[in-house]
Design a protein around this ligand. Structure first.
Ligand code: EPU
Length: 418
């Protein structure tokens, strides 16, 4: 198992490039199941979750060719409409195969995900939505089986709560349903809008993606298309925080500034200089005292839960008390105890973490527990005195492409050891 060894204390300088979005590429790969024609995706990040999704698609019947950041998928026929437990337990986004499979071949069998490090994360809303579109659902042996032998038909689906992959799954199911589907209380995340853009290129009729009401007019069939995945806003945000926490002068390139608006606002309130040299770059300049600023996670365009752990690392350096409230997942504070081992003063109270700073962090042995928690430990280590060893970095490899190479290029003292 790989580890990161990090010597803290170097301000990050220069430029750091952002890869394509993992959470946009995952549904885009699944969308290729909707057509027999080739779908070519550019700017697909080389991270483990993407490889897991590609493995799943190969098992289902896709031919997958990877050339650098470009992935070409072709699915002449669905051979096995199933997402097995072995894959779903390592990556919940496997449930994104559900909608496209039922839409394309009238049948899907997907393992129920089970527990997760950050919260319960059920898929009841995906299932509810498919039922509204006329699928019959059976649950047995840890699997959900959805069948719609005569095809799906359009319906109004009101989501009880906002779900990102649920919205994506239902949008993919609805594109081949008969008639009109309206998704209400839909997720407004940029990844949903990016998926809609790809589906429209494939011949789908979708309006309103990126807003809370999405209208889909079903079509007979979809065709092949070519699409470039948007920049990863969570990776961009992680690097902006890396610049801020190390009191550096760092420019994050190839990003969409609007997608990290909530974070930029918090950084500015904390006293970090953030400027936008052009439409795809953000520069953070951080020198003196950092102020503590409260933060509550929300659905987009609010502050992303996927940046909460990294923000908490930053707030260990804030002068004062910051109250960080997590509203999306029940158990997403695993990093707090590890940051505390490095010297942070964090008290947990239900959904909130009370972070008192500034505290000098010192290098320690810590364990990565999930993807974003690991990123927050890297950030803590970058500012800590002495050496930090982060174990189980396979969590970070799920969603960050060559993070150690990118950070090292900006001056960080970080290396991977086996
Ligand atoms: N929820 C339900 N029932 C459902 C679906 C969701 O109760 O059927 C609940 C969840 O338990 C959670 C809340 O609704 O409390 C929101 O979950 P959502 O469905 O939006 O999360 P997701 O679609 O499973 C995606 C990202 C996550 C990100 C969340 C929230 C992908 C592949 N994953 O997950 O990304 O945290 O949205 O923004 O897009 C990550 O990249 O580290 C990551 C966890």
């Amino acid at each position: 198992m790989d580890k990161f060894v990090i010597q803290g204390g170097t301000p990050l300088q220069g430029e750091i490039p952002v890869s394509g979005s993992k959470n946009s590429a995952l549904p885009a790969l699944a969308a290729a199941l909707l057509t027999a024609e080739p779908v070519t995706l550019h700017r697909v990040p080389a991270v483990r979750d993407i490889r897991t999704m590609q493995r799943l698609l190969v098992d289902i019947g896709s031919k997958v060719d990877v050339a650098g950041e470009t992935v070409r998928l072709e699915t002449p026929a669905i051979v096995c409409p199933e997402a097995p437990y072995e894959l779903v337990k390592t990556m919940r986004a496997s449930s994104l195969a559900l909608g496209p499979l039922v839409a394309r071949c009238g049948r899907a069998r997907v393992s129920l995900p089970g527990g997760c490090a950050i919260g319960a994360r059920p898929i009841n809303l995906h299932i509810f939505g498919l039922e509204q579109l006329g699928a019959r659902i059976n649950q047995a042996h840890g699997y959900i089986e959805a069948v719609a032998p005569e095809g799906l038909r359009g319906a109004v689906v009101y989501f009880d709560r906002i779900t990102v992959t649920g919205t994506e799954d239902l949008m993919m199911a609805a594109v081949l349903a008969k008639g009109e589907t309206i998704l209400r209380n839909a997720a407004r995340e940029p990844e949903v809008a990016d998926l809609a853009e790809l589906l429209v290129k494939m011949g789908a009729r979708i309006e309103g993606a990126g807003t809370s009401t999405i209208k889909v007019e079903g079509v007979e069939r979809l065709h092949g298309a070519e699409h470039t995945i948007i920049a990863d806003r969570i990776e961009a945000g992680t690097f902006l925080i890396a610049g801020a926490i190390t009191r550096g002068d760092l420019t994050v390139t190839g990003c969409v500034p609007e997608h990290v608006g909530a974070l930029v606002s918090k950084l500015q309130q904390a006293g970090v200089g953030v400027t936008q040299p052009d439409s795809t770059r953000l520069r953070v300049q951080s020198g003196g005292r950092l102020r503590s600023v409260d933060m509550t996670t929300e659905e987009y365009p609010g502050f992303a839960t996927d940046l909460q752990a990294q923000y908490m690392a930053l707030m260990t350096q804030g002068d004062g008390i910051a109250i960080v409230v997590e509203t999306i997942f029940e158990n997403r504070f695993m990093h707090a105890q590890e940051l505390a081992r490095m010297g942070a003063n964090i008290r947990l109270d239900g959904k909130q973490a009370i972070v008192a700073g500034p505290r000098e962090l010192t290098g320690a042995g810590v364990i990565a527990s999930d993807l974003r928690a690991s990123a927050s430990l890297v950030l803590g280590a970058l500012v800590a005195r002495g050496e930090t060893v982060i174990d189980r970095v396979y969590h970070i490899d799920r969603g960050y492409e060559k993070i150690e190479t990118k950070l090292a290029r900006a001056g960080a003292n970080i290396r991977r050891v086996e």
